[in-house]
Design a protein around this ligand. Structure first.
Ligand SMILES: Nc1nc2c([nH]c(=O)n2[C@H]2C[C@H](O)[C@@H](COP(=O)(O)OP(=O)(O)OP(=O)(O)O)O2)c(=O)[nH]1
Length: 137
C-alpha cells in the first residue's frame, strides 16, 4: 500500500442553522455512509478550486467558504486520505443542492450528525464543528 495520503476536500454547507450531509451511493467505497460532499483534489489544483469544482459537479451549487478547518488524516484499509474540511454557505442565487451523484441529501442540526453512520474520517471534522459551535455560544 502506498504511504501517500490522497488529498480530499469536503464542504460543510450550512443554511438556516442546518448542515447538509450526503449519502454515498451503492457500488462505491463506504456505501451508505453519510459524508460531507466533496472529493479528491486533482493534480495542480488548490483545495479551494477542488471544492468549487466538486460541489458544482455533484450538487450543481455554488458556495462561499466561511471557515477553513485543519486537514485530518485517516487510514482506511485501501489507503490513506488527507481530508480538508471547509465550512461553507450557498452563494446568493445558487441552485439548491441536488443529489446528482449521491443516494440522498439531508439537512440536519449539528446535534443530530453524531447519530448518523458517518464516514470514519469525518469524525474529527464533526468534533471540530462542535468545538466551533461551542465557541460561538
Ligand atoms: N467527498 C468526501 N469523501 C470522503 C469523506 N470522508 C471520507 O472518508 N471520504 C473518502 C471517501 C473516498 O474514499 C474519498 C473521496 O473520494 P471521492 O468521493 O472523490 O471518490 P470516490 O468515491 O470515487 O473514491 P474512491 O471510491 O475511489 O475511494 O474520501 C467526506 O466527508 N467527503
Amino acid at each position: 500500500m502506498s504511504t501517500f495520503a490522497t488529498p480530499v476536500v469536503c464542504a460543510i454547507i450550512e443554511q438556516d442553522g442546518l448542515i447538509m450531509v450526503a449519502q454515498r451511493p451503492p457500488g462505491k467505497r463506504l456505501e451508505g455512509c453519510w459524508e460531507f460532499p466533496g472529493g479528491k483534489i486533482e493534480m495542480d489544483e488548490l483545495p479551494e478550486e477542488a471544492l468549487h469544482r466538486e460541489l458544482f459537479e455533484e450538487l450543481g451549487c455554488q458556495v462561499e467558504i466561511i471557515q477553513t478547518g485543519r486537514p485530518v488524516s485517516h487510514v482506511y484499509d485501501w489507503g490513506s486520505i488527507m481530508l480538508h474540511p471547509f465550512r461553507c454557505s450557498l452563494v446568493e442565487g445558487s441552485q439548491q443542492p441536488v443529489a446528482y451523484e449521491h443516494s440522498a441529501l439531508q439537512w440536519l442540526p449539528l446535534a443530530e450528525l453524531g447519530g448518523l453512520e458517518l464516514a470514519p474520517a469525518d469524525l474529527p471534522v464533526l468534533e471540530w464543528l462542535n468545538q466551533e459551535a461551542a465557541k460561538a455560544e
